[in-house]
Design a protein around this ligand. Sequence first.
Ligand code: ATP
Length: 238
Amino acid sequence: MTALLSLSGVTAFYGAIQALRGIDLTVRRGEIVTLIGANGAGKSTLMMTICGNPRARTGQILHEGQDITQWPTHRIMRRGIAQAPEGRRIFGRMTVHENLLMGAEVAGRTDIPDRLEQVFALFPRLKERMTQRGGTLSGGEQQMLAIGRALMSRPSLLLLDEPSLGLAPLVVRQIFSAIRDLNRATGLTVLLVEQNAYQALRLAHRGYVLVNGAITMAGTGAELLARPEIRAAYLEGG
Ligand code: ATP
């Protein structure tokens, strides 16, 4: 299988603080890959570095073989990499419909009706709430909107940062099963950051463990779930 995304030796800094230490990571076409790790491990930074902000200081990021390491974020988004960021960050004063249109616009897409149809098929709730302002949606609905907005760009790679954050278990299951359905139905490639390690590893084909800015372990979801050190650090009591 070809690598859709590959990082080699990627480092990133905030001022003098090193947040990523020589990251090697591959996402193949059609895979769901998850990145797990404790608070502050660098998971969000890794997602943001893929999107060019912060830029990688050293190392290389390839998307479909193209070196995008030093590209500006808007150019990376137009290449088909879409991010549904942590904390949702939807536009609270804009309606559901307007939020979704923004997602298509940033990627320069014009096939709006098709895109809307796919998003509404996945999250019918959003269709019911088209004219409601984003800020008045429930937490779960806002997360659906954040994912829906990212999907409006018809990405080749969807970056999902903690979609389960702050949501009730039932809603988390709904979101995760929507991601699985989409991956199975369309082959969408997903890189998923999660603190909810158990569900993320069950969903993902493969996973990486990030500790203090470095990858310490990699394997299939099932392999990582079976490892005693993963169970102790991320699953038990968590
Ligand atoms: P969490 O699960 O809590 O969201 P994370 O694994 O996503 O954590 P990051 O948000 O990537 O971790 O943070 C990695 C490190 O970089 C942390 O030490 C954090 O304090 C630091 N950091 C993140 N953003 C900034 C910033 N804008 N300026 C300075 N330091 C930052």
